[in-house]
Design a protein around this ligand. Structure first.
Ligand SMILES: Cc1ncc(COP(=O)(O)O)c(C=O)c1O
Length: 357
C-alpha cells in the first residue's frame, strides 16, 4: 500500500538516512562505543539548545518526562499554565502524583499571558510553574522569553517547559533564558520515529531534586544525571533512537539552527496565508505556531471529509483535538517537511474546496 505522507503533529516524516542508522545492529549499552554515542548526542542537544547544563536521554515519550519533572522538582505545590490540552495534561499529572496544583487556563486559541502568571506567582507558595511553549491542540505559540523573564522575578520558582512541538523548530536558548527543564519527544520537529524523549535540566533544578523525596525509580533525575555525566543511562536505552539521533541532530546542526527556524516560519506562512484566504485560522494572529496550524472550517463542511479526501490523495492531515474536532483540522509543518511538500498538500486541499463549491 502507498504510504501516506505525514502532515500530522507527530509522528512526522523521517529521513531515509536516519531510518538506516536506526536499523544498525545493537551494541552493548555499557561499552565504550555506547558511551561515546551518548556523549555525542548529549553534546549535540546542548549545541541545539544553547546550554552547558545536563542533558537527560529518556527511553519514553515526552509525557514520561513531564511526570518526571513533577515528581523530581515539586515537593508540594505547582502552578500549571495552560491554553489547551497539553497545558492541562501537566496539571492532571501533578494531581495524579498527589501534588497540590493550581491551573491557570487561557481560552483556546489564545496564548498564556505571562503578566497574569506573574500576579499569580506573587501570591507565593509555588515551587514550580509548568508551561507549554507550543500548544499543539490549538496551533498557538506562547511567549517563552516573556515567561522566563517573569519567572526570574520569583527566585524560588522553577520553570518547566514542554517544548514538544517547538524544540528544533523554534529558537530556545536554555541558559540565556534561565530555564530549569526543557523537554521534548523526538517524533515531532526533531523528526525521528516515536519512543524517545530528551530534556535539559538546570543545575538548580538538580539541587532542588536532591531535597525531594519519592522521586521514583525509572525517572529519578539525580540518578539519570549521575549516569549522564558518565555517558550512560540508568537503564537499557533504545539504542536505535540513539543511533538515529546522532545522525539526525548532525543533519539539524548542519542545516543550521537559524536556517531551520526560518524554514519553519516560511512553511507556516504558506499554510497560514492559504487558511486565511480560504477558511479561517483558529489561533489568534499574534500567536500563530510555526510548526502546526489549526484551521477553522467555519462550519462550512465537517473536517473529517477534508481529512478523508486528503487521505485518498496520499496525505495524512490531523483532525482537531478533542472538543475542536468538529470545527478544526490541523496541518503540521515541521521536521523534515519542505515548502514544496506543503504546496503539494495545499493544492490537494484546494481541489477539495473547489469540489464542494
Ligand atoms: C505540546 C505537547 N506536549 C506533550 C505531548 C505528549 O507527547 P508524547 O506523546 O511524546 O508523550 C504532545 C504530543 O503531541 C504535545 O504536542
Amino acid at each position: 500500500m502507498h504510504r501516506l505522507k505525514l502532515f500530522i503533529p507527530g509522528p512526522t516524516e523521517v529521513a531515509q538516512e536516519v531510518l538506516e542508522a536506526m536499523a544498525r545492529p545493537p551494541i552493548g549499552h555499557r561499552t565504550p562505543e555506547a558511551k561515546e554515542l551518548i556523549l555525542t548526542v548529549s553534546g549535540q542537544v546542548r549545541e541545539m539548545l544553547r546550554t552547558r547544563q545536563t542533558v537527560l536521554l529518556s527511553t519514553s515519550s515526552a509525557t514520561g518526562l513531564m511526570e518526571a519533572a513533577i515528581r523530581n522538582l515539586v515537593r508540594r505545590k505547582v502552578l500549571c499554565t495552560s491554553c489547551g490540552a497539553f497545558g492541562k495534561r501537566w496539571y492532571e499529572i501533578a494531581l495524579a502524583n498527589g501534588k497540590e496544583a493550581e491551573l491557570v487556563h487561557f481560552p483556546e486559541g489564545k496564548p498564556v499571558d505571562p503578566e497574569v502568571i506573574d500576579r499569580k506567582l506573587a501570591q507565593g507558595g509555588f515551587e514550580a510553574v509548568t508551561f507549554v511553549h507550543n500548544e499543539t491542540s490549538t496551533g498557538v505559540i506562547s511567549p517563552l522569553e516573556a515567561m522566563a523573564e517573569v519567572v526570574r522575578h520569583h527566585p524560588d520558582v522553577l520553570l518547566l517547559v514542554d517544548a514538544v512541538t517547538s524544540m528544533g523548530a523554534v529558537p530556545i536558548a536554555f541558559d540565556e533564558l534561565g530555564l530549569d527543564v526543557c523537554l521534548a519527544s523526538v517524533q515531532k520537529a526533531l523528526a525521528l520515529p516515536p519512543g524517545f524523549a530528551i530534556c535539559v535540566v538546570s543545575d538548580r533544578a538538580l539541587e532542588r531534586a536532591a531535597k525531594v523525596d519519592a522521586r521514583g525509580y525509572y525517572f529519578d533525575f539525580l540518578e539519570m544525571a549521575r549516569r549522564a555525566a558518565e555517558g550512560q543511562t540508568p537503564i537499557t536505552p533504545s539504542l536505535p533512537h540513539l543511533f538515529g539521533l546522532r545522525v539526525q541532530l548532525q543533519r539539524i546542526l548542519t542545516e543550521g539552527m537559524e536556517a531551520r527556524y526560518q524554514r519553519h516560519l516560511r512553511m507556516a506562512r504558506l499554510v497560514q496565508d492559504w487558511a486565511r484566504q480560504r477558511l479561517a485560522l483558529f489561533a489568534e494572529e499574534s500567536s500563530l505556531s510555526p510548526t502546526v496550524t489549526a484551521v477553522d472550517t467555519m462550519g462550512r463542511f465537517p473536517p473529517r471529509e477534508l481529512i478523508q479526501y486528503a487521505r485518498q490523495h496520499g496525505f495524512l492531515v490531523a483532525s482537531g483535538y478533542g472538543p475542536l474536532k468538529d470545527r478544526t483540522f490541523r496541518i503540521a509543518h515541521m521536521g523534515e517537511l519542505q515548502e514544496a511538500d506543503l504546496k503539494e498538500l495545499l493544492q490537494c486541499l484546494e481541489s477539495f474546496l473547489s469540489s464542494r463549491s
